[in-house]
Design a protein around this ligand. Structure first.
Ligand code: NAP
Length: 234
């Protein structure tokens, strides 16, 4: 299989690369250059929000044939000048825009350029890292406005793209994934309240998500699943 992984420099993205590169051809994409010469994956540099980068990458990958698995593991929750909001008074247009760009627009651009490269005659899977907090019906705590909204919008992109993809790729599954709470730069400031045994190593989460990906069929398309295979309600 050919497996294409975006956000490959992140904790979850890297663990996906290390899992799939053992038994498949992996193309690992990130904005930062990778220096691990032991990795058998093909490492490519591209910014998902740069149209020229994405067009060039799609063209060169298309020349090598179809892609069986597309995984988008990029995302942002906090950073310089960016903190998840506790209340409406914390909302800031520039910060909101940054979160939407990375969590919603970037995976949407991967859909635009790479969903057409899924095989038509056999099952292919597109999986984007979403989050349980993107579920509208599961929101009991409030807060984290931009992050929640960006993931809810990503889930809508997944549902809508799944409908379009099914017309030409009837065997494909386009899904969202919730990884659990995973030890990474993204989760580090918020790990204090995680119950004992519920903070996963990226390898542990990815091993489970890989099982979920490999068991998805067209029956699952348009939906979002947690690392243990349970569906996350919209
Ligand atoms: N960790 C958790 O507990 C948890 C829980 C629920 C959902 N998730 C989701 O899982 C995904 C991966 O998270 P992680 O924990 O692995 O985080 P991470 O280690 O911080 O990795 C984030 C990745 O996103 C990429 N990224 C950040 N800003 C970007 C930008 N402006 N443009 C393009 N790429 C950008 C980074 O790549 P560059 O090298 O290119 O910057 C990096 O590869 C995210 O979508 C997150 O929302 C994580």
């Amino acid at each position: 299989m050919r497996v294409l992984i975006f956000g490959a420099s992140g904790a979850i993205g890297r663990a996906f690369v290390q899992s799939y590169e053992q038994d498949h051809d992996v193309i690992a994409v990130s904005r930062t250059v990778h220096d691990d010469t032991t990795s058998p994956a093909q490492w490519r540099r591209a910014d998902m929000l740069n149209s020229d980068d994405m067009t060039a990458l799609a063209q060169s990958i298309k020349e090598q044939g179809t892609v069986d698995r597309i995984i988008v593991a990029s995302g942002i929750l906090h950073g310089e000048g960016l903190r998840p909001e506790k209340a409406l008074r914390d909302l800031d247009v520039a910060a909101f825009e940054r979160v939407l760009a990375v969590n919603t627009y970037a995976p949407a651009m991967v859909m635009k350029h790479f969903l057409p490269l899924l095989p038509r005659d056999k099952a292919g899977v597109f999986a984007a890292l979403s989050a349980r907090v993107g579920s509208i019906s599961d929101n009991h705590l409030g807060g984290w406005y931009a992050y929640r909204a960006s993931k809810a919008a990503l889930n809508m992109m997944i549902k809508t793209a799944a409908i379009e993809v099914a017309r030409k790729h009837p065997l494909a599954a386009v899904v969202g994934l919730h990884p659990g709470t995973v030890d990474s730069t993204l989760s580090r400031p918020f790990q204090g309240h995680v119950p004992e045994g519920k903070l996963f190593h990226p390898d542990h989460s990815v091993a489970q998500m890989r099982d979920v990906i490999e068991s998805r069929t067209a029956d699952h398309t348009g939906r979002c699943f947690a690392y243990d295979g349970t569906e996350i309600a919209p």
